[in-house]
Design a protein around this ligand. Structure first.
Ligand code: ADP
Ligand code: MG
Length: 290
């Protein structure tokens, strides 16, 4: 049976909306020196909304209809933002045939015979779709912290949609508290470099890694593990490999099932300040054990 100090620690954690699921959560978290934080859904609320639409030829409704159609079967928060924006404008998306999701990149779908691509500007260039005159606006929007999603039909860009998410209200103070405790904080995201840098500065992290695919996130954790114990905090399918690679995996309570299953600790309250609390509980439980 579990030592009494762990039983007590688990109770204290539960009272704060923190679920310590494994022995590692108690034994290991106090030894962690670096914390890797996912951006979307972890540092931000994870409920992005459409902020700006830039359509070639001013065809905004056509752009949203096509984008929403392609995203109907995606569970990604960005997909939901596009579908919602179409719905709010009473746009009925056309039916799609085939559909394929590319994690951390975008989706490809068919409307009739036409191939539709919706995803990051990088995904577009990888598929040889030129953004042309939309490039400049894309860079400005990204520097402002937006996620830009491009939409293309039959290899031609129809336009871009700028999506924005809100920082969790306690993101800045939670990171400041952890840094004061001597921890180094890395921001790791699948989002673009400009938006990631902007948010990294706002929050005050030690390092930023952008445009990371799921396996890249796990690789960053592995690299950081060369000289320290590392905790990873995430919420998405794309975070699961990194959560498993980390010494301590921490999932936000609102996260996807696979993230929750991969985690040693679940923050049910979605409060980022719970990270420092969980670390303290880990330290206390251990001291009482020895
Ligand atoms: P994060 O690490 O911020 O949680 P993801 O790894 O899920 O983000 O996605 C990274 C990027 O891939 C997004 O910023 C977006 O540009 C693109 N992307 C991923 N899924 C989709 C989708 N369903 N529709 C459009 N773009 C997507
Ligand atoms: Mg995320």
């Amino acid at each position: 049976s579990a030592p009494l100090s762990i039983v007590r620690g688990a109770g204290q954690a539960a009272g704060r909306g923190i679920l310590m699921r494994t022995g590692e959560a108690f034994q290991g978290f106090r030894l962690v020196k670096k914390i890797v934080l996912d951006k979307t859904g972890t540092l931000t609320e994870g409920r992005p909304t459409v902020r700006e639409i830039e359509a070639v030829g001013g065809q905004e409704r056509e752009l949203l209809a096509v984008a929403a159609a392609a995203e109907t079967r995606s569970e990604h928060p960005l997909a939901q933002a596009l579908v919602k924006a179409a719905f709010e404008r009473s746009i009925t998306p056309p039916n799609v045939g085939s559909f394929q999701a590319f994690p951390g990149q975008g989706v490809v779908a068919r409307i009739g015979d036409a191939e539709i691509v919706v995803g990051s500007p990088r995904f577009m260039s990888e598929r040889n779709i030129a953004l042309g005159a939309l490039r400049g606006r894309t860079e400005i929007l990204e520097a402002a912290g937006r996620t830009v999603i491009a939409v293309a039909k039959e290899g031609l860009a129809l336009g871009i949609v700028a999506v924005g998410d809100t920082l969790r209200p306690d993101a800045v103070s939670a990171v400041a508290t952890l840094r004061k405790a001597g921890l180094s904080i890395a921001l790791v995201t699948g989002d673009n470099e400009r938006a990631a840098q902007r948010i990294g500065r706002e929050i005050g992290v030690n390092e930023v890694h952008a445009a990371m695919l799921p396996q890249d996130k796990a690789a960053i954790v592995r690299t950081l593990q060369a000289d320290a114990r590392v905790a990873m905090v995430g919420d998405g399918i794309n975070d699961a490999p990194a959560l498993m690679q980390a010494d301590i995996g921490i999932a936000m309570g609102g996260g996807t099932d696979i993230a929750l299953e991969s985690a040693d600790i679940i923050i049910l309250s979605n409060r980022l300040t719970a990270l420092a609390e969980a670390r303290e509980i880990s330290g206390r439980s251990y001291r009482k054990m020895v």
